[in-house]
Design a protein around this ligand. Structure first.
Ligand code: UDP
Ligand code: MG
Length: 352
C-alpha cells in the first residue's frame, strides 16, 4: 500500500470511527459531577460498543480554577477509568476560556470534539445523532434546544431576547444554540488561527465555515448545584458577544448622530425664528429637555465607543487565553505513552 492510499484509508477510518473527545468545563461542580460523570461514561461506552467511535476516545474535564473539591474528584475519576482525563486551569477564567483550553488540548489527539456543560442540562444522548451527522459529512454539528419547557418564563424570555438582540446587532449566531456542539479536528485546526482574547465561541464557529448541521434536543433542569449564569453575567455575555462580533452599535451611534444633527438644524431655525418674533423668554422647558437628551446620547455613545477601545486594548496585549497548571489521566502519563508506542510499533511490525 503506498503512502497516498494509506492516508486515504486513515481519513476514511477517522470519518467512520472517529476518536471523540468530550470537553466538559467544570467550575465548583462537586455536587453535580459525581452524578453526571457516570452518564458521560455510559454514553461514551455505548458509542464505543456500537462501533460509532474509537476506543481511544476520552472524556476531558476542564477544571476552571474551582475552589471546592472538583479537581480532586476529576483526579480520582482519571485513576478509576482510562477514559476519564482532566486538565486544570491555573485560575478561574470563565466558561468560554475553559472550553477553548479543552478544545485546543484535544486537537492534538482526536478526530472530533463535543463540548457540553457538566450539569446534565443538555441531553447527553443527542451525541449519537451528532456523531451520525459527522459521519454523514458535517464538520460542525450545533446542538439546538427544541424547547425551553423546563426554564422559568423569566429565563426563557431573557435567553430568547438575548439571541434576538445579538441578531439585531449583527452578531450571527445559531438561534437557541449554546455551547453544546460537535467540532471536527479540521475545523479546530483552522479555528486555532483565531487568536482573539475576547471569546464568544458560539459566534466564532459559524465564522469558520465548513459544512454544518443542527441536532435538536430538549433541555432539562440542572441535576444539582446552582447556575453560574445569573442575569448580570448573561447581559455581560450578550454585550461581549455583540462587541466582539460586530461593529453595528458604532454604526447605530453614527446614524443617531446624523438624526440628532438634522433635528438640531430644525431647532436652530426654530430658535432664530423665535428670536425675530420676540418670543425668546419662553422655551426654557424645551431647552432643558434638549440638553438632557443630548447629554444622555453623548454619554451612551462615548460608553459604547469606550467599550470597543477597551476591547482593542485587551487584544493588542496578546495575553494567554488560558494557562494549564495540571493534567491528570492515562494519556498524560509517560509510562502509558511508552506502552502505547511500543504496542503500535509491534502491531506495525506484525502487519509487515
Ligand atoms: N463554568 C466554568 N467557568 C465559570 C462558570 C461556569 O467552567 O466561570 C462551567 C460550569 O461548570 C458548567 C458550564 O460552564 O459546566 C455552564 O455553567 P452553568 O450551568 O452554571 O450555566 P447555565 O447553564 O445556568 O447558563
Ligand atoms: Mg447549566
Amino acid at each position: 500500500m503506498n503512502v497516498e492510499e494509506k492516508k486515504e484509508n486513515s481519513a476514511e477510518r477517522s470519518r467512520a470511527v472517529p476518536v471523540l473527545w468530550m470537553i466538559i468545563p467544570c467550575y465548583n461542580e462537586e455536587k453535580v459531577l459525581p452524578i453526571t460523570c457516570e452518564m458521560f461514561l455510559d454514553q461514551l461506552n455505548s458509542m464505543i460498543r456500537a462501533g460509532h467511535v474509537d476506543d481511544r476516545s476520552r472524556i476531558l474535564f476542564v477544571n476552571d480554577g474551582s475552589s471546592d473539591s472538583t479537581w480532586e474528584i476529576i483526579q480520582a475519576l482519571s485513576r478509576r477509568d482510562a477514559h476519564f482525563i482532566g486538565i486544570s486551569q491555573s485560575r478561574n477564567r470563565g466558561h468560554q476560556n475553559a472550553v477553548l483550553a479543552g478544545l485546543m488540548e484535544a486537537r492534538e489527539y482526536c478526530d472530533i470534539t463535543i463540548s457540553i456543560d457538566c450539569d446534565g442540562q443538555d441531553d447527553i444522548s443527542a451525541m449519537d445523532r451528532m456523531v451520525e451527522e459527522y459521519r454523514k459529512g458535517s464538520e460542525i454539528v450545533y446542538g439546538v434546544r427544541s424547547s425551553r419547557k423546563t426554564d422559568t418564563w423569566f429565563k426563557r424570555a431573557t435567553a430568547e431576547g438575548f439571541y434576538k438582540l445579538l441578531h439585531c446587532m449583527g452578531a450571527e449566531v445559531v438561534f437557541n444554540h449554546a455551547d453544546y456542539r460537535l467540532v471536527s479536528k479540521r475545523v479546530l485546526d483552522e479555528f486555532s488561527n483565531y487568536q482573539e482574547v475576547n471569546l464568544f465561541l458560539r459566534g466564532l464557529f459559524p465564522m469558520v465555515g465548513f459544512k454544518s448541521s443542527s441536532v435538536y434536543y430538549e433541555r432539562n433542569e440542572r441535576l444539582a448545584g446552582d447556575s453560574h449564569y445569573p442575569l448580570g453575567k448573561m447581559l455581560a455575555l450578550a454585550f461581549d458577544g455583540i462587541t466582539s462580533l460586530s461593529i453595528r452599535p458604532i454604526r447605530l451611534i453614527t446614524t443617531l448622530g446624523f438624526a440628532v444633527a438634522f433635528f438640531s438644524i430644525i431647532g436652530v431655525i426654530w430658535s432664530v425664528v423665535c428670536y425675530f418674533l420676540g418670543n425668546t423668554v419662553n422655551g426654557w422647558a424645551s431647552m432643558i429637555c434638549i440638553m438632557c437628551f443630548l447629554g444622555g446620547m453623548q454619554l451612551i455613545g462615548l460608553g459604547v465607543i469606550g467599550e470597543y477601545v477597551g476591547k482593542t486594548y485587551l487584544e493588542v496585549k496578546h495575553r494567554p487565553r488560558y494557562i494549564i497548571s495540571e493534567r491528570t489521566g492515562s494519556i498524560y502519563c509517560r509510562d502509558h505513552c511508552e506502552n502505547e508506542k511500543k504496542k503500535s510499533y509491534s502491531q506495525e511490525r506484525e502487519a509487515d
